[in-house]
Design a protein around this ligand. Structure first.
Ligand code: G1P
Ligand code: ZN
Length: 562
């Protein structure tokens, strides 16, 4: 205990109008949290106030972040405010670091009522980068909780804080803080989240088989890039120490506040170092993660790229290579609407139910809680099972390694076998970043009017020797089968008679101006080994022509193609 009890203060503040959390929390430039007076305090107070006092008093909460710039400063404030808001125990990751997928498993282990996660995911970090805060209850993030937090933030007039409280994030174990008069003491426990998370994975996968694959008699060589994000220590502990991968397998595994100046985003552009190191065939399997460890990219030998949509379909088709599913069974699959329909073919063949949800992981939560879905994924490099309510990068890697270990085939062969069995969905996404918001809102409005017109269905578009006929076009709307809530305006879809799709969406997570995403998806039964961009160029031509995107934004091409 500290010598003299710490003082608890109530500080007057004025509300900010812009603290509405998106699907993945409140994300802003670091400078907003760092320099706008009480901006951080207001949002944290809104989180605490959103929890009923009876549940909050004496409760246990988890705090962890992806180690980006401002992580420590924010944790210091959160601890001071948690104490003043009656929280009884805080479980914090060592050095303040905890991957997003580890948070729910720590919440479960310590029977916490929820957790505060400090991350802006794959957005750049550093003093000029982004910072973010999200709150998960024991059941993950939910629309109801986030909107409650937002409502509170709009009228907030004061916050409570214990300014003298100093927490030591470096030393594992318990620290106790005594507060003045009527306040109960606060216990802080600095924990090794890697161990808790490793334990979770041990119960899902066959570690002995994986160890044999990675360090047995005839091991495969893997290369894992943590992109200087949060997963470095997890990769080293689980893949290297426990499963026996050599040190050369793990790169960029020291978490850095600015991710080494890079975008910690697992795609072919941002993970170029990994892709380059795989080209000469020195490694059989490659993977990269994002800043907070929930996204993944899977590569085969020579950098063979597995699209996230294919990765999801392949995992679905081989799901019983994972012991967890052998025991728990498979209830259903789910994919976000823009994700290619490759998964649908597996669902059909295996007679397993499939759900199509809007983009954003939160839509899977209800389905998993209701026992309807066991595996889900998104084209945006997110894959996961119902073991937690977050997508899970390292889980996806171990899922792939389990398939390789069972089938004894290379990544490329596994994917090609899949195409031979089901046909292939060619898929690409064009992102136009930092474009003028008004221009693209007008574009979306005009497009919506165009596709809503009765004459649009059956319209034909000819590009070179290909003709596409519109079969269906709409603004995607989702009715949650569990609570019947309706989510409207989730992206404009044009579906052609051969199953090809063009989808337009505005990003909900970007932080610099607006981002338009165009998703192109086509299906081929026989042409299986062609170049994706060549195959999708007719659809791209149509997508750009009818939206006039280039004319409206002054761009000549996408900022990034995935
Ligand atoms: C993006 C992805 C979406 C993902 C989200 C959070 O959202 O498209 O699939 O769930 O990041 O990682 P967007 O920026 O498109 O709204
Ligand atoms: Zn992330």
């Amino acid at each position: 205990m500290e010598n003299s009890p710490l003082q608890v203060l109530t500080v007057a503040t004025a509300p900010y109008p812009d603290q509405r959390p998106s699907s993945s929390g409140l994300r802003k430039k670091v400078s907003v949290f760092q320099f706008k007076r009480s901006y951080l305090h207001n949002f944290i107070q809104s989180i605490f106030s959103s929890i009923d006092l009876r549940d909050r008093q004496g409760s246990t909460m988890v705090v962890g972040g992806d180690g980006r710039f401002f992580n420590r400063a924010a944790i210091e404030v959160i601890v001071q405010m948690a104490a003043a808001n009656g929280v009884g125990r805080l479980i914090i990751g060592h050095h303040g670091i905890m991957s997003t997928p580890a948070v729910p498993c720590v919440i479960r282990k310590y029977k916490a009522i929820g957790g505060i996660i400090l991350t802006a995911s794959h957005n750049p970090g550093g003093p000029d980068g982004d910072f973010g805060i999200k709150f998960n209850t024991a059941n993950g993030a939910s629309e109801a909780v986030t909107s409650k937090i937002f409502q509170i933030s709009r009228t907030l007039e004061k916050f409570a804080i214990c300014p003298g409280l100093r927490v030591d994030l470096e030393t594992l174990g318990k620290q106790a803080f005594d507060l003045e008069n009527k306040f109960k003491p606060l216990t802080v426990e600095i924990v090794d989240s890697v161990e808790s998370y490793a334990n979770l994975l041990r119960n899902i996968f066959d570690f002995a088989a994986l160890k044999d694959l990675l360090s047995g008699e005839n091991p495969i060589r893997v290369r894992i890039d943590a992109m200087h994000g949060v997963l470095g220590p997890y990769v080293k502990r689980i893949l290297c120490k426990e499963l026996g991968c050599p040190a050369i397998s793990a790169i960029n595994c020291v978490p850095m506040e600015d991710f080494g100046g890079q975008h910690p985003d697992p795609n072919l552009t941002d993970a170029a170092e990994l892709v380059d190191s795989m080209r000469d065939g020195s490694f059989d399997f490659g993977a990269a993660f994002d800043g907070d460890g929930d996204r993944n990219m899977i590569l085969g030998k020579h950098g063979f790229f597995v699209t996230p949509s294919d990765s999801l379909a392949v995992i679905a088709d081989n799901i019983f290579c994972i012991p967890y599913f052998q025991h728990s069974g498979v209830r259903g699959f789910a994919r976000s609407m823009p994700t290619s329909t490759a998964l649908d073919r597996v669902a059909k063949a295996t007679k397993i139910e499939i759900y199509e949800t809007p983009a954003g992981w939160k839509f899977f939560g209800n389905l998993m809680d209701a026992g309807l879905v066991s595996l889900c994924g998104e084209e945006s490099f997110g894959t996961g099972g119902d073991h937690i309510r977050e997508k899970d990068g390292l889980w996806a890697v171990l899922a792939w390694l389990s398939i390789i270990s069972t089938r004894r085939r290379s990544v490329e062969d596994i994917v090609k076998d899949h195409w031979l069995k089901y046909g292939r969905n060619y898929f690409t996404r064009y992102d136009y970043q930092n474009v003028d918001l008004d221009a693209v809102c007008d574009m979306m409005e005009d497009l919506e009017i165009m596709i809503a017109d009765k004459t649009f269905v059956k319209q034909r578009f000819a590009v070179k020797d290909k003709i596409f006929q519109v079969e269906k076009a709409d603004n995607f709307e989702y009715t949650d089968p569990v609570d019947s809530s309706i989510s409207r305006n989730q992206g404009l879809r044009i579906i052609f008679s051969d199953g090809s799709r063009i989808i337009y969406r505005l990003s909900g997570t970007g932080n610099d101006g607006a981002t338009v995403r165009i998703y192109l998806d086509s299906y081929e039964k026989d042409l299986l080994f062609e170049d994706t961009q060549v195959m999708l160029s007719p659809l791209a031509t149509i997508a750009l022509k009818i939206s006039q995107l280039h004319l409206r934004t002054g761009r000549i091409g996408p900022s990034i193609i995935t």
